[in-house]
Design a protein around this ligand. Structure first.
Ligand SMILES: [Ca+2]
Ligand SMILES: [Ca+2]
Length: 79
């Protein structure tokens, strides 16, 4: 896992997981779980639980994470 992801790489990861169920442009909590477990497992080892991470990313509180919201993850990865 690289600490520096281009937005193109992030977009391709997002699309791969967002397409698994429901709206292909939104990540459900389950899709986010798979994405984090497979691509960024270290994010869950520290202080974060998936629940916290999901709430943090879902800025508009609609229960799904859009690509725009998902980009907030970049800041966490960069920390
Ligand atoms: Ca989806
Ligand atoms: Ca949302």
């Amino acid at each position: 896992m690289s600490a520096k992801l281009s937005s193109k790489e992030l977009k391709s990861i997002f699309e791969k997981y967002a397409a698994k169920e429901g709206d292909p442009n939104q990540l459900s909590k389950e899709e986010l779980r798979l994405l984090i477990q497979n691509e960024f497992p270290s994010l869950l080892k520290d202080q974060n639980t998936l629940e916290d991470l999901f709430k943090e990313l879902d800025e508009n509180g609609d229960g799904e994470v859009s690509f725009e919201e998902f980009q907030g993850l970049l800041k966490k990865i960069a920390q």
